[in-house]
Design a protein around this ligand. Structure first.
Ligand SMILES: [Zn+2]
Length: 276
């Protein structure tokens, strides 16, 4: 059985990929004894929709609001463009603040934010530079909102772990963040934890080819007993998530992922660390 106190620290419930209604997703999660689901927005539209989600589910779902860095990476579906100006950023910031002001009881954090240098590495150098510039501006804007409201961040840092941590060290005053879906190296993991920020473990940890990532956590945490509670890891700055509907764990790879699967991810994590 999953341990008491386990929750999904990063999932996307407003995405249209799910073939079942949200009530069923929530039912599965409650059945798996999760205590809460932290729903993460990726643009202004999904940020505006978080209120109903929480009300309809008696507060079981809490939300993060933000504009994902991937919105400024050329991509046919979501791309906002590379010609955003300071005025556009001011508007994004104002919109997020307005949403937050109206929904303080539902919104408990800011994100998905951060930077992603993985998806731009194939692009020409000029496009890369423009995207990086905008991603950084967008990330700082989120850190500022988090500072002003003393809220935590959920940080996307794929291929940009050190750069994201640097921006946090230089700009975060009243906030800390979880580097969700962390896949960096041991030194980066250590720096993140030592700076008072956290790491998010998800289905990637269970993938056959993720031995390096498992070793990062082995080195970071050491041996634990099989009945270790989530609280033990939370205190160390390690959190568990699904990133649903993406990144279903090994055995379910390629399928739609659900928050209930965080119980499997937690089990795989503890099993690995207890079999040292
Ligand atoms: Zn995500």
């Amino acid at each position: 059985m999953p341990k008491n106190g386990l929750y999904d620290s990063h999932c996307h419930l407003i995405f249209r990929e799910y073939p079942i209604p949200t009530e069923e997703i929530v039912q599965q999660a409650r059945f798996s004894k999760l205590t809460t689901l932290l729903n993460v927005s990726t643009d202004l539209k999904t940020s505006e929709q978080v209120q109903n989600l929480s009300v309809e589910n008696d507060g079981f779902i809490k939300s993060f609001i933000g504009v994902d860095p991937q919105e400024v990476i050329p991509n046919p579906e979501h791309f906002m463009g590379l010609d955003l100006t300071s005025k556009d950023f001011k508007q994004i910031k104002q919109s997020l603040k307005d949403i937050l002001d109206k929904q303080k009881d539902t919104i408990i954090g800011i994100g998905e934010t951060g930077m992603d240098f993985y998806w731009i590495k194939e692009l020409d150098s000029e496009t890369q530079a423009k995207s990086k510039f905008l991603q950084e501006k967008l990330f700082i804007l989120h850190i500022e909102i988090a500072n002003d409201n003393v809220l935590p961040l959920t940080i996307h840092s794929r291929g940009a772990e050190s750069e994201c941590l640097d921006l946090m060290l230089n700009n975060a005053i009243n906030t800390r963040g979880i580097f969700h879906s962390f896949t960096g190296n041991y030194q980066q993991a250590k720096n993140i934890i030592e700076s008072g920020n956290g790491l998010g473990v998800n289905g990637i940890f269970t993938f056959k080819n993720a031995q390096n990532l498992r070793e990062v956590y082995r080195k970071l945490v050491g041996k634990v007993s099989k009945d270790t509670d989530p609280e033990y890891f939370y205190k160390k700055g390690i959190f568990f998530e699904t990133d649903s509907p993406f990144l279903a764990p090994e055995g379910k790879r390629g399928e739609i992922n659900y928050p209930a699967n965080v119980a499997d991810i937690y089990k795989a994590f503890v099993n690995f660390l207890s079999n040292n």
